[in-house]
Design a protein around this ligand. Structure first.
Ligand SMILES: Nc1ncnc2c1ncn2[C@@H]1O[C@H](COP(=O)(O)OP(=O)(O)OP(=O)(O)O)[C@@H](O)[C@H]1O
Ligand SMILES: [Mg+2]
Length: 359
């Protein structure tokens, strides 16, 4: 059994930690489109959108950035404003509780300003409807008063470019999604791209790192720049205290071993889930809550924090009958799957083997 841990104390969490990390992230953020690494297609498409608008002297279409945490949405929003040479106003869905909150922001925008609405899927409904109109006609109706005496006062707003960011594009209402002229889907990064990001960050942090060391950090970063940067900082700490500050392959491996991040980027919780699934339940299928209890965690922690990455890595499958370890999972933990016959002493033996991994 492991000590309980939630998503926040994990070195491999894709979510930002807090204000302290924000400061470091700001320092590592690329400022120009040319310095933004990876996401080749998004970058090229966005470059066309921005530069054709600049050429025509118009405000560009509204842009929706969709992708998981830590993949560079905020970074791109800042780059968009910088490339346009326009100021950036930052707000977020949860900060806009009423239509009036949005009206206050919109009515004070200057011409051509870039408005960044983070977590746009979490905006209040009435505000959302006001936003439709603002995006399309650069106009809003501000309702004054209540009941039969209420009147709508039309208000012109300066042409602006909305940059929305969401980790849950599926949760955006169709009418809102349709009003974005350009939707950028941000994917997980390739190891080679993350390696370049690690090298760039190392330069900015003044850390000496070998190519192999950078590749090692990149390979364990779960396709996510934020995690790559965080692992780099932990490896740097290790290098400064235990060595002369330089990071090579061996040092990166030793440091990441200490932080319990393995070659595939799995941490202690991920491995505990897999190990329990295999050792205690013969590889499954087993229900989520039973599995969670066996690792001393809440079901939600296992489901939200550990499983998505395990599924993405092809290590765990969610079947209608429960969680199943895949052959890759057995191989990764160096365990041998049991013979396919139902195992003595387990209540989870199957009446057929349909959901069992190949053995
Ligand atoms: N393409 C990239 N090239 C270099 N660094 C990047 C890239 N994308 C992201 N980063 C780095 O990763 C960190 C996290 O990026 P960012 O804050 O933009 O992610 P996000 O998508 O806005 O995350 P969240 O969903 O949590 O708001 C930043 O510090 C940035 O330096
Ligand atoms: Mg962000």
């Amino acid at each position: 059994m492991t000590e309980p841990m939630d998503g926040h104390d994990r070195i491999v969490s894709a979510d930002a930690d807090g204000p302290e990390e924000e400061v470091i992230e700001a320092a590592l953020r690329p400022k120009k489109l040319d310095d933004f690494i990876g996401q080749e297609r998004v970058r090229e498409q966005l470059s066309l959108v921005l530069h054709s608008a600049l050429r025509r002297g118009r405000t560009p279409d509204h842009v929706l950035l969709s992708g998981g945490p830590g993949l560079g949405k905020t970074t791109l929003a800042m780059i968009i404003a910088a490339e346009l040479g326009r100021p950036l106003r930052i707000s977020s869905g949860p900060a806009i509780e009423r239509a009036g909150d949005l009206a206050a922001v919109l009515s004070t925008l200057s011409e051509g300003e870039v408005l960044f609405l983070d977590e746009i899927h979490r905006m209040a409904r009435p505000a959302e409807e006001m936003l439709y109109m603002a995006m399309e006609d650069f106009r809003v109706d501000v309702v004054v008063g209540k009941g039969p005496g209420a009147t709508a006062i039309p208000l012109d707003i300066a042409p602006f470019t909305l940059v929305g960011a969401t980790t849950r594009a599926g949760m955006l209402p169709g009418p809102l999604r349709d009003r974005f002229g350009f939707v950028a889907h941000m994917d997980f990064y390739e190891p080679a791209e993350l390696e370049v990001i690690v090298q760039r960050s190392a330069r900015l942090l003044d850390v000496e790192i070998s190519d192999a060391g950078a590749a090692e950090v990149a390979g364990r970063s779960r396709g996510t720049p934020r995690i790559a940067n965080r692992l780099l900082r932990r490896v740097r700490d290790y290098a400064e205290v235990r060595a002369d500050g330089a990071v090579d392959l061996e040092l990166a491996r030793a440091a990441l071993k200490l932080y319990e991040v393995d070659e595939r980027g799995l941490d202690r919780l991920d491995r505990a889930v897999l190990a329990s699934l295999m050792r205690k339940f013969g590889g499954g299928p087993v229900g989520l809550s039973t599995l969670a209890v066996s690792v001393g965690e809440e079901p939600e922690t296992v489901e939200v924090v550990a499983e998505p990455f395990l599924v993405r890595q092809g290590l765990l499958a969610r079947t209608p009958r429960g969680r199943v370890a895949t052959p890759a999972a057995w191989a990764h933990l160096g365990l041998t799957p049991p013979p396919s016959a139902p195992m003595a002493g387990t209540l989870f033996a199957l009446d057929d083997d349909a959901d069992r991994p190949e053995q």
